[in-house]
Ligand binder design. Structure first.
Ligand code: GDD
Ligand code: MN
Length: 370
């Protein structure tokens, strides 16, 4: 088993001069290092090469490679280039690690040991025993919040979804089309863990203490909105979210049918409002059932009558729920002076809750895949 530690660098000359000896001192067997440098103005690449010639004399088993890239393209792009290189050279395990000692090299032996049993090993700040030292409160809040929403949105199981200290198996990296990775920057870490979970690869976390860098500065500023965009994009690729959006569109269409037919019956055919509503609701629910069956959930289930009844049943409960929510919100909103708000807030809340109810009930009951 051959392992490579991939370290992307941008202006890390001082750090890397200490990091390479620190890793060398661990005397790890079958472990090489790849520095992926984006043409750092501070001469990181040259510093590595100077050190390398020293190491070569001392320890022939320990290899340091440098991948020189023309310009700064972001953390994700640097890793993609490094991982491609590592796969081509035949490494079995590929580690990602920062140059600035936030990821203490002392964890490497543990990480490598665990990688025998898992496709992805995460050095985690957010599992029991994990810690962050030296961050200002706002960076902590930022990272914690980003991690929380990322996990919620992508439904990621690992506690540290943005972790940068990881070990990947060759099998996992080989399964990916690295050119299709959409994150060029820090969201790369999230995209990778998301791919691992979606692909059903085994993932484990172990606690680390993440210490803020002593030398140089973080390149993360300005990455928040860029990363958020990537995370939304990844979320939209998930089937359940796409289904939810389709379900919402179908619901909107149903409402239009419901209202249209209702008005037609009342004004053109002089039906009473209750009869009209029963007919319009039935038609709208039927149309929605058909659209949700063939478009939203693409169901192939043969028992159409049963499905239709289930769908109808859920819709009626949804209707009842609508009224109950509106009624119970009346007292709460009665204090609001602005009439437009007073009238509309309960409706908006009711519609939102019922949309979720209808979606979940249909997704996990009516259109449940066997
Ligand atoms: N080649 C290259 N190109 N390297 C880069 C680039 C780039 O555009 N941007 C950053 N790096 C390198 C840095 O030189 C450092 O070695 C490593 O990537 C991490 O960058 P930092 O700027 O130190 O990141 P951080 O400490 O703010 O962020 C850490 O925590 C994040 C989560 O809170 C990292 O571990 C991230 O990966 C992690 O997502
Ligand atoms: Mn850092």
């Amino acid at each position: 088993m051959k392992t490579i530690i991939c370290i992307p660098t941008y202006n890390e000359a001082e750090n890397i001069k200490k990091m390479l000896p620190a890793i060398s001192d661990l005397k790890l067997k079958n472990v090489d290092i790849l520095i992926i440098d984006d043409n750092s103005p501070d001469g990181t690449s040259a510093a590595v090469k100077r050190l390398n010639s020293k190491f070569k004399i001392q320890n022939s088993k320990f290899k340091i490679f440098v991948l020189d890239r023309k310009k700064k393209e972001g953390l994700g792009k640097a890793y993609v280039a490094g991982f491609k290189w590592a796969l081509k050279k035949g490494y079995d395990r590929i580690i990602s690690m920062d140059a600035d000692f936030s990821h203490n090299p002392k964890y490497l032996p543990k990480m490598i040991k665990k990688s025998k049993d898992y496709d992805v090993v995460v050095g985690s700040r957010y599992v029991k025993g994990g810690k962050i030292v030296g961050w200002e409160w706002y960076r902590y809040v930022n990272s914690y919040g980003a991690n929380f929403f990322t996990r919620l949105l992508l439904r990621l199981k690992p506690k540290d979804a943005t972790a940068g200290f990881k070990c990947y198996s060759r099998k996992f990296l080989k399964s990916l089309d690295l050119d299709k990775i959409i994150a060029g920057g820090y969201a790369f870490q999230v995209e990778m863990i998301n791919l691992a979970q979606e692909g059903g690869f085994s993932i484990t976390e172990f606690p680390i203490t993440f210490v803020d860098r002593q030398v140089g500065e973080s390149k993360i500023s300005g990455e928040l909105s860029r990363s958020a965009k990537i995370i939304f994009k990844l979320a939209l690729r998930k089937k359940t979210y796409r289904q939810f959006i389709k379900f919402g569109i179908v619901g909107l269409l149903g409402t239009i049918i419901d209202l249209g037919v209702y008005n037609l019956l009342v004004f053109k055919f002089n039906f009473n409002i209750y009869t009209s509503r029963i007919i319009s609701f039935t038609l709208a629910a039927t149309a929605n059932y058909i659209l949700n069956r063939i478009w939203t959930f693409r169901s192939k289930e043969k028992k159409i009558a049963k499905q239709y009844i289930q769908f109808f049943f859920i819709s009626i409960i949804g209707l009842g729920l609508n009224l109950i929510i509106m009624k119970s919100l009346q007292n709460i909103v009665s204090g609001i002076e602005e009439e437009l708000l007073r009238i509309n807030i309960p409706v908006v809340i009711a519609i939102t809750i019922v949309l979720f109810w209808n979606f979940l009930a249909n997704r996990y009951w009516t259109f449940k895949k066997h």
